[in-house]
Structures are given as structure tokens and as C-alpha cells.
Design a protein around this ligand. Structure first.
Ligand code: PGA
Length: 253
């Protein structure tokens, strides 16, 4: 089976409504390789306004977060079921900014991932170590614990449909991209771990994206690696030209 190629844009808390619609238009009109799945993750308020247009052009729509329950008295929260009704297909779960600023734990991220699957959506599950953990050489044990506590309790059927993003915290928004070798080594480790739960065939095509300072000038080095199936892009996804260039950075298949 052909390995997946995915580039997802995480707009984070950026862009007023009209600017978001404009950026989505530029990406829709842009030149996108047919064998690369494009996904956009705008803020909640943009979602229903661009859903139809993206769908017409084969672009996936993701939310950046959701709550763990489907309805109820949780003022300010948005459920996976509500997202599904707005045309969303994916939800970013466990981004390091949510772990850091909103104290999201591995246990909560398991419950959120499960809720996302139960609503018929796909989690884009983020994992990755902070700088001090890498400096101590303990990055694999750290990521292993994130996977074990948040993903291993999921059924093999769900787990085989997930998208994983390895995002070392020290590389996010810093301009210090991981080297292709550093990323490849962790991607192999993650794939091996998940293989033990879902088997060889599913693990071979499990999308594992790299995230953290991906730019047009470093994407092709990352995408040349065997186990890097694409990228979760933050800053560079806010500039259509850069985002489209990243999408065009896979080796010829
Ligand atoms: P960055 O963000 O590309 O701006 O480093 C990546 C992310 O946080 O998903």
C-alpha cells in the first residue's frame, strides 16, 4: 500500500475571520500535488465558514481542540459531535501548547482521543519531549509514556486510524527544527511502539507527521526520510505560498 503523505496547517490563535477566509481561498486556488492530503486547522469560529469550500477541493478540515463529552453544561467548550456537524473530520489532540497552558494530562488526552473517534472523527495526536528531557537523553522514554497513557487504552481498530504528530517542544515556534535524522529516529520508535498494538500492515501505513519549525527550506530534507509521512505546520501555514511550497516538497514517487 502507498504510504500516506499529509501536510496539516495549524493556524493556532491567529487570523480574524476575513483573513482566515482569504487564506483558505488562497490555498484552495493554489497548486497542490494530488498525492498529498492537505488538512487545515483554523480556529473554531472559521470552521463552518470554510468547511464546504475545502470539501469541494478535497482539503480536510480539523479543529485544534475539543472537549471530552458530547453535550451538557460545560460553558465555553465545543464537543466532537458539534464539530462533526460543522463538517470537521479531524481534531488536533494533545498539542504541547494545550499540555503547557491548559494542563492537559495524558489521561485526559486518552479520553479526548476516544471521544473524537466515537464522534466519527480522527485525532491528530501530538506527542514530543521538552528540551530538558532531550538534554538528559530521555526523549524516547518520555514519548513512550505519552503513547502508553493516551493511546494504548484505545482499541486496535481506532488506533490504526489515528494520525500521530511528533512535535519536539524545543522545535515548536523556535526556528530550531529537528534534524531529519533526529526526527526519523523518533518516528521509527513511535511506529515500532504502535506496531505492537495494531500489527505490521497497519503500522506500515500509519501517518506519523513531524512538527516544529517546518519551513519551505527544510521540508524536503524531512520528507526524504523513510518514516516521516508529512508535517504539522504552525507559523508557515499562515502564509499560503510557504504552505503550498511545503506541500510540494515530497520526493518524486
Ligand atoms: P511551528 O508550529 O511550525 O510554528 O513551529 C508547529 C506546531 O505547533 O504545530
Amino acid at each position: 500500500m502507498q504510504k500516506p503523505r499529509i501536510v496539516a496547517g495549524n493556524w493556532k490563535m491567529n487570523l480574524r475571520l476575513q483573513a482566515g477566509i482569504h487564506l483558505a481561498d488562497e490555498i484552495v486556488r493554489g497548486n497542490r500535488p494530488e498525492d498529498v492530503q492537505c488538512i487545515l486547522a483554523p480556529p473554531f469560529i472559521h470552521l463552518p465558514l470554510i468547511a464546504r469550500k475545502l470539501e469541494q477541493h478535497g482539503i480536510g478540515l480539523a479543529a485544534q481542540n475539543c472537549y471530552e463529552y458530547s453535550t451538557g453544561p460545560y460553558t465555553g467548550e465545543i464537543s466532537p459531535d458539534m464539530l462533526q456537524s460543522a463538517g470537521v473530520a479531524y481534531v488536533i489532540v494533545g498539542h504541547s501548547e494545550r499540555r503547557l497552558h491548559f494542563q492537559e494530562s495524558n489521561a485526559l488526552l486518552y479520553r479526548k482521543s476516544l471521544a473524537v473517534f466515537e464522534a466519527g472523527l480522527i485525532p491528530i495526536f501530538c506527542c514530543g519531549e521538552p528540551l530538558e528531557v532531550r538534554q538528559q537523553g530521555k526523549e524516547k522514554a518520555f514519548v513512550e509514556q505519552q503513547l502508553e497513557e493516551s493511546l494504548f487504552p484505545l482499541s486496535a481498530e481506532y488506533l490504526s486510524q489515528i494520525i500521530i504528530a511528533y512535535e519536539p517542544v524545543w522545535a515548536i515556534g523556535t526556528g530550531h527544527v529537528a534534524s531529519p535524522d533526529q526526527a526519523q529516529e523518533m518516528h521509527v520508535f513511535i511506529r515500532d511502539k504502535i506496531r505492537s498494538r495494531i500489527g505490521d500492515a497497519s503500522a506500515a501505513v500509519l501517518p506519523i507527521l513531524y512538527g516544529g519549525s517546518v519551513k519551505p527550506d527544510n521540508a524536503s530534507g524531512l520528507f526524504a526520510m523513510e518514516d516521516i509521512n508529512g508535517a504539522l505546520v504552525g507559523g508557515a501555514s499562515l502564509v499560503a505560498k510557504d504552505f503550498l511550497e511545503i506541500m510540494a516538497s515530497f520526493p518524486n514517487s
